[in-house]
Write a protein that binds this ligand. Structure first.
Ligand code: THU
Length: 129
């Protein structure tokens, strides 16, 4: 767990957030043990912005990964560390690829201070076709 959070902290250093000033990093662990990092990437037109979680998912899926066990997320304004809760859009992306009963969302303030929730708890009525 500490290693996954450490990777999320590293990912956060790449965050591009000149509009909100809120810098987020995520580290997504695949079933095969590989880890994909993501950061938030904002845009002057606002809506094209991408959250750290989706960046990590899209990197992993575009590299052929489809099985995931957990994601660690860290974030905050410059010089502070909060434990951000994923937005609804990111939760729905997780729902697409993960088992809601087992996939874990780790919201971290540091390597040792974190809260873990199952996707099902965060998005009890996720959309499925
Ligand atoms: N953001 C994330 O990347 N992940 C979250 O879990 C919450 C919010 C980003 C979106 C935007 O770039 C900034 O944080 C402020 O909302």
């Amino acid at each position: 767990m500490e290693e996954l959070i450490r990777q999320a902290i590293e990912a956060r250093k790449m965050a591009y957030a000149p509009y909100s000033g809120f810098f987020v990093g995520a580290a997504l662990e695949c079933e095969d043990g590989s880890i994909y990092r993501g950061c938030n990437i904002e845009n002057a037109a606002y809506t094209p912005s991408n959250c750290a979680e989706r960046t990590a998912f899209f990197k992993a899926v575009s590299e052929g990964k489809r099985e995931f066990c957990r994601i660690a997320i860290v974030g905050g304004h410059e010089g502070e560390m909060a434990a951000p809760s994923p937005c609804g859009v990111c939760l729905q992306v997780m729902q697409e690829f993960c088992d809601p009963e087992t996939f874990e969302i780790v919201m971290a303030k540091s390597e040792t201070e974190y809260t873990t929730k199952k996707l099902k708890e965060m998005l009890p009525y996720g959309f499925e076709l």
